[in-house]
Ligand binder design. Structure first.
Ligand SMILES: Nc1ncnc2c1ncn2[C@@H]1O[C@H](COP(=O)(O)OP(=O)(O)OP(=O)(O)O)[C@@H](O)[C@H]1O
Ligand SMILES: [Mg+2]
Length: 341
């Protein structure tokens, strides 16, 4: 549905996107995930036609759009900061694009009414000025304004980043529902890994303008293709060469102690008294606990490592600082990468 083929974007002598290639399928909710400055917004702006390419091509629905002006690309974009027109009412904001296209007044009214209902904006809210709305409501106006044009693809640039944590979680669900209801191919941008994992059909992880991995949320999480992806997504323990050596001797896997090695914090368990380990048993002392409501994260000191593990609250007694425990580490869960440890 969307293809980037060797797309290069330069700002003076800085290559923000060096030869970027990507394919997004019809109806997919596809996320570009990466740290600040890695080129996510630049990729969306290239697709929307707000920034020129130095090389490469972009196609939507089989049609090359590289040289089409922005207004003819049938791409709807919701920006990082909504970018609504502050002096206009909600209704006027949503109707703006249709008015520019000189659609008849009754068609504009009908389409604005329909889309407002779908994104849960009431007739009273339509009459308000945008400044009178909350952040979450403004975000829905921005989405309605993009959807009312019936774009072939919807581009969302961190649309939830200005909202508080609770509203963000709530709107994630609504946004995802709206997307599947419309079946619209969506390219979503975020630096929030939790958002990416929970909403996406597939994710591309970006690092300095380059794609490190493309895959489903489970693939990028469980089988991170590079050290960058492994440490950017989720929470990991970096393992000492000493511990990796012991794991190598214990398991069937050819783990190399000289390479960078990681274990996700939820993959390490504690061995209940008298039970045999499924992986390598490692003696440890509890050094701290951080409470998160549903779970706690404990820090353990072993002979050569400091390891974090996560335990669900209510599953067995709480650990005390100073308590002696035995961690159970499965060599199969270790993620290992090229390079030096
Ligand atoms: N108009 C511009 N002129 C010069 N450099 C730019 C311009 N726009 C972006 N850049 C640079 O290109 C790189 C990528 O920027 P981009 O805005 O795409 O990052 P991003 O991944 O969206 O980051 P964030 O998560 O902070 O929004 C950055 O180093 C940025 O400084
Ligand atoms: Mg950005």
């Amino acid at each position: 549905m969307i293809t980037f083929d060797g797309v290069t974007v330069r700002f003076q002598d800085f290559e923000a996107l060096p030869s970027f290639s990507l394919r997004v399928e019809e109806g997919e909710f596809f996320t570009l995930l990466g740290p600040s400055g890695c080129g996510k917004t630049t990729a969306l702006r290239a697709l929307a036609g707000f920034v020129g390419l130095s090389a490469g091509d972009i196609a939507v629905a089989g049609r090359k759009i590289t040289h089409l002006p922005s207004g003819r690309r049938e791409v709807g974009m919701v920006f990082q900061n909504y970018a609504l027109f502050p002096g206009m009412s909600v209704r006027e904001n949503i109707a703006f694009g249709l008015r520019v296209r000189k659609r008849p007044a009754e068609e504009v009214d009908r389409r604005v009414g329909e889309i407002a209902e779908q994104v849960d904006l009431s007739p009273e809210q339509l009459a308000k000025g945008v400044a009178e709305l909350s952040g979450g409501q403004q975000q829905r106006v921005a989405i309605a304004r993009a959807l009312v044009m019936r774009p072939k693809v919807l581009l969302l640039d961190e649309p939830l980043s200005n909202l508080d944590a609770k509203l963000r979680r709530q709107l994630r669900g609504q946004l995802k529902e709206l997307q599947s209801q419309f079946g619209i191919t969506t390219l979503y941008v975020t630096h929030d890994q939790e958002e990416a994992l929970s909403m996406s059909d597939r994710i591309a992880v970006l690092n300095r303008g380059r794609i490190e991995q493309v895959g489903t949320p489970e693939e990028v999480y469980d089988r991170s293709a590079s050290e960058f992806v492994c440490t950017f997504i989720g929470e990991v323990n970096k393992l000492s060469p000493h511990l990796v050596g012991a794991l190598a001797a214990h398991g069937e896997r050819g783990l190399d102690p000289a390479r960078p090695s990681y274990a996700r914090i939820e993959k390490i368990s504690l061995l209940p008294d008298g039970r045999a380990a499924t992986g390598l048993p490692v003696r440890a002392t509890v050094t701290s606990r951080t409470y998160h409501g549903l779970h706690s994260v404990y820090r353990l000191r072993t002979e050569h490592d400091s390891l974090r593990i996560v335990l669900k609250e209510g599953d067995g007694p709480r650990l005390r600082t100073g308590q002696e425990v035995v961690a159970d580490i499965d060599p199969a869960s270790v993620l290992q990468y090229p390079g030096a440890a």
